[in-house]
Design a protein around this ligand. Structure first.
Ligand code: SF4
Length: 258
């Protein structure tokens, strides 16, 4: 798919955030060609006017200059409306140049779906307080094509997590999105537990995912959508998963229910 790349310049790159576990976010990219159909950031496409989510990205070309010499107290999360290691990063190297210039005592948390991050292992190791998370789930075949059409698959993400762990980098698993009937908790935990220092769990944010995602569920997995829309059923499903999560024995940092 042809991707539109729009170059912009920012005045500031550290943005205050209310996201759990973070004080600031860095979004050197806005938009994401991984194009996950459940992505809560898809709404941005409506007011940017560059086209459908996944077909365009804005790149803040001066981001590496904006981090140089800055001392940030508090935790910095990368990124909240894009993936810092989406395919364009391979050539643009914006994330890499930010890491080069960023103060190495910054408390940095990176969340990605891409093993491209392995390219920057030597840089990551220079940070005194860093963690890298990977979004993991159990989508395969048709579900993966429908929900995550363009990102590296979960197996590649887990292999990357394993590699970072081998290099002494703290890792976490962001288990998301948990969708009734379409999620296998035991598989995800079994495949990931040896390589993740801790876990976040997140249930599907149907409102954030938007109308198109609801339509995808309605056409392909109507039973799942019915469960999500039935308060009693969805609460029971959440209770069961939360209880299984607690029994699994992994270290839990948070469980997000929208
Ligand atoms: S990788 Fe993350 S930011 Fe990118 S489309 Fe998927 S959910 Fe959205």
């Amino acid at each position: 798919m042809k991707q539109k790349i729009i170059k912009t310049k920012a005045k500031e790159i550290f943005t205050k955030t209310n996201l759990p576990g973070a004080d600031y976010v860095i979004n050197q990219y806005i938009g994401c060609s991984h194009g996950c159909t459940y992505c809560y950031a898809r709404f941005i496409s409506r007011w940017k006017g560059h086209g459908n989510w996944g077909t365009w990205i804005e790149t803040k070309i001066n981001a590496p200059d904006l981090v140089r010499g800055r001392k940030i107290s508090g935790k910095v999360f990368m990124s909240s409306v894009s993936d810092a290691y989406q395919p364009a990063e391979k050539e643009l190297m914006l994330t890499q140049r930010i890491l080069e210039n960023l103060d190495k005592s910054t408390q940095l948390s990176i969340l990605t779906k891409s093993d491209l991050i392995l390219r920057d292992i030597d840089l990551l190791k220079q940070f005194k307080n860093i963690e890298v998370g990977f979004t993991v789930n159990s989508f395969k075949g048709k579900r993966r094509n429908l929900f995550e059409p363009s990102s590296p698959d979960t197996l590649r993400r887990i292999m990357a997590m394993k590699e970072l762990k081998k290099h002494g980098i703290k890792t976490f698993a962001f288990v998301s999105p948990i969708i009734p009937e379409l999620f296998d908790l035991s598989e995800v935990v079994k495949n990931t537990r040896d390589f993740a220092d801790y876990f976040w769990f997140e249930f599907i944010n149907l409102r954030g995912a938007g109308k198109e995602f609801k339509e995808i569920l309605s056409h392909n997995y109507p039973e799942s959508l019915k469960t999500i829309q039935d308060k009693q059923k969805v609460n029971l499903y959440i209770q069961n998963i939360v209880s299984e999560v607690r029994k699994s024995g992994v270290k839990i940092k948070g469980i997000e229910i929208h």
